[in-house]
Design a protein around this ligand. Sequence first.
Ligand SMILES: Cc1ncc(COP(=O)(O)O)c(C=O)c1O
Length: 397
Amino acid sequence: MFETLPAVGMDPILALMAAFRADSRDQKIDLGVGVYQNDSGRTPVMASVKEAEAKLMELELTKAYQGIAGDPDYNKHMMALLFGPRHRILNSGRIKSIQAPGGSGSLRVGAEVVKRASPNAKLWLGTPTWPNHVPLLGSAGFEIEQYPYYNPTTHQINADGMMETLRQVPAGDIVLLHACCHNPTGTDLTNEQWDQIADLALERSFIPFIDAAYQGLGDGLDEDGYGMRMMAERLPELIIASSCSKNFGLYRERTGSVTFITENSEQAEIVASQAMAVARQTYSMPPAHGALLVSLILGDEQLRANWEAELEEVRLRIKSMRILLTDGIKGNPAGFDFGHIERQKGMFSFLGITAPQIDRLRDEFGIYIVSSTRVNLAGINSGNIGYISDSMNRVLS
Ligand SMILES: Cc1ncc(COP(=O)(O)O)c(C=O)c1O
């Protein structure tokens, strides 16, 4: 029966990763893949995670299934992390969160629940967005529409275009927003823009669906939560998919959660029952290990302080790589202004160079960058910044 089944092309980022692995040159640098690397070029296990793992080894008495909604303590801690521990929404009865496999699983469960609630709702994605949003959310059955987000000429948000399009979104449609550290552009909404989108959501009755994959990597845990916290305060309905892959470094543990805010507590119970039904019909129970670690870390004052300090180190390291790269290519022969790299946030920026320049960086210099020109700043370190800057200056000549 598989004779006629066509193969599916590889995701371009995964294809780039495969090409990087197959490259036998000693001097090669991966600025493509979306994982954090430290100054030694490694993606380490955080020390707080290691400590929590040692604790879990002692405390864990069973590997029996956990509930469909995952670990209740984890769900509570995640809501408090997203909204801050004193946010009014937490005790309102209007909120429900269930653990799901990573940010991706959380996005998908959220999408499936929306589809059940509102089969004709369309999904609006910014241009550009994380490329996997399209297959991940689209295959839940959504018709996808686009709103302009980034202006590659100004390297800023196309605020007029975005607002003009959002002003036309029909009632009941879903608008996907990135909480912070926009992937792929690194260009985040200002607090004022968040406020304006909330105004429009109220006026037009569309529902924001926030993807929070990088809380803490932009301006800090609280600062990065502004949009979610304000919208939870002002809007009747909101969906958030959050991930612990980046901020806890738990990529392979598939640790995330999907949070629903509804108009009242009865609706919250119904929505949670639907989310659990989606889980049961797909993966059944979420993986436990990562969530138990997060729960241990967030529930212990000392471990939490250690984790926050480590996360801050990650955030500041990426920021300093932004400054080093901007400085390193400031005097490039093409006279290109790369000041936007320094201003943008999170792991990614669009370099805004040409496709042949991207190809030359890979073929001549072994520097791998996604064809969209998205660069992972966390792939830069004190050992390779000189080489990267020199190579870019040569390619830009
Ligand atoms: C914007 C965005 N959303 C969601 C995800 C998915 O995260 P996870 O690896 O936890 O599934 C990513 C990962 O790269 C991302 O960049």
